[in-house]
Ligand binder design. Structure first.
Ligand SMILES: *Cc1c(COP(=O)(O)O)cnc(C)c1O
Length: 403
């Protein structure tokens, strides 16, 4: 769905409130109604024969959406400076798969960041191989190896920053520039920062992908994904999404729009709490590393401070030594943190991670660390009181010590 008339240069918090609320879609109420529609009716045979332009914002058939989905897509486009349009998908993984399919063909090569979200790795190294597309993992922090990895068949680069679980911050403007110089499309999974924290297209990326399941939904009650691009790549995203029948339900689009309106305050609050909790963890005797680039003194902070305008509640830490059974006791003792995947909801979550088997070129634990320090926990900080969350972590560390 392409950019509407409302894309004036307002601050992001204001855009979150205004974006996508066209009068012709909302009528006299604040939010666009839920248009449940497979069939859009035509006036008469003449109207049917006339057809509809193959463009956004025209009723045609339910697969091309209705105003509820159009309003969400337009709002996301307005939030991403440089975007011409946004496609919606039933999950973040679907958005990643279809963005890759939109720019790659048999015989092409893809470079994929080694710290990608695990399903992204599986798409790149597994599914794409069936279509004759070869993928190669790269270390996002090794610039010379990255530059050397291109050949004339390299047509796309899949990036993510901070990386999933291990939270390395990549120099995205540099990587995107190298990709462009080599004639490759750069795709960024921008789920962690969202356009509020990192303006992907302004920093040189061609396509910005998000799992809307996380911050945009924000309430752990929907699955959705998006891909936004400028005029060069938006038409390819749109064409492939239509070929592949990608459509989201108006009910979910309406929930995502509701989440979007409050995303700025939710992210600010969870960022503040995450910083307080990460600072506390940094001092804890059982913690070897805090992987939270928003926090000064942690890996990636300088690049984060240079490029990002905001953060969120998702970060990781690594225990000093210990056994998996100690970590399990820690997790089981938590009372305020749920144990579960996903993140970006109003409720805090904790999951253990062991990324070694998901890394090809960046070892885990990284060079320079004590090899005993390897057991990670990822926290998603929600909207509970930060002091309460710290108390919960404190008693879990104590429970871990009691065997
Ligand atoms: C969760 C996640 C996805 C996938 O999103 P779904 O909506 O769960 O399919 C993609 N990228 C990152 C970084 C994620 O954390």
């Amino acid at each position: 769905m392409s950019k509407g008339a409302g894309g004036k240069e307002r601050k992001p918090a204001t855009k979150l409130v205004e974006a996508g609320r066209r009068k012709e879609w909302t009528g006299a109420v604040v939010n666009p109604p839920v248009w449940r529609a497979s069939t859009h009716l035509y006036e008469d045979s003449k109207d049917l024969a006339k057809g509809r332009p193959d463009a956004d914002g025209y009723f045609y058939y339910g697969r091309r959406g209705a105003p509820t989905q159009w309003a969400l897509a337009e709002a996301l486009t307005e939030l991403e400076p440089g975007a011409e349009g946004t496609m919606l998908y039933p999950s973040g993984v679907a958005a990643i798969a279809h963005a890759l399919l939109a720019v790659l063909k048999p015989g092409d090569r893809l470079l994929v960041t080694d710290n990608a979200y695990e399903p992204t790795r599986s798409i790149a190294l597994g599914m794409l191989a069936h279509y004759g597309i070869e993928a190669q993992p790269f270390d996002p922090l090794d610039h010379s190896a990255f530059e050397a990895a291109f050949c004339d068949r390299t047509k796309a680069v899949m990036m993510e920053s901070p990386g999933s679980l291990t939270m390395e911050v990549a120099d995205i403007p540099f990587l995107a520039q190298v990709a462009r110089k080599n004639g490759a499309v750069s795709i960024l999974d921008n789920t962690w920062a969202s356009p509020l924290g990192f303006r992907a297209l302004e920093h040189g990326c061609d396509i910005s992908v998000m799992s809307l399941t996380k911050h945009v939904g924000g309430h752990s009650d929907l699955m959705m994904g998006s891909a936004s691009a400028g005029e060069e790549y938006y038409p390819a995203l749109r064409k492939v999404a239509h070929y592949m029948g990608q459509v989201v339900s108006p009910d979910d689009a309406s929930l995502a729009l509701r989440g979007l309106r409050t995303m700025d305050v939710r992210l600010r609050q969870s960022t503040t709490s995450a910083l307080e909790i990460a600072t506390w963890l940094q001092m804890h005797p059982h913690v070897a590393h805090v992987l939270c680039p928003m926090l000064p003194g942690t890996p990636g902070h300088d690049l984060w401070a240079r490029d990002f305008t905001g953060g969120c509640g998702l970060f990781s830490f690594v225990f000093k030594g210990g056994k998996p059974s100690d970590r399990a006791r820690f997790i089981d003792a938590l009372t305020l943190f749920g144990i579960g995947f996903s993140w970006g909801g109003f409720e805090s979550l904790a999951v253990p991670f062991d990324p070694a088997r998901m890394r090809s070129v960046r070892p885990w634990p990284p060079a320079g660390w004590n090899p005993e320090d390897r057991l990670g926990i990822r926290l998603s900080i929600g909207l509970e009181d930060a002091g309460d969350l710290i108390q919960d972590l404190k008693q879990a560390f104590e429970a871990m010590g009691e065997e």
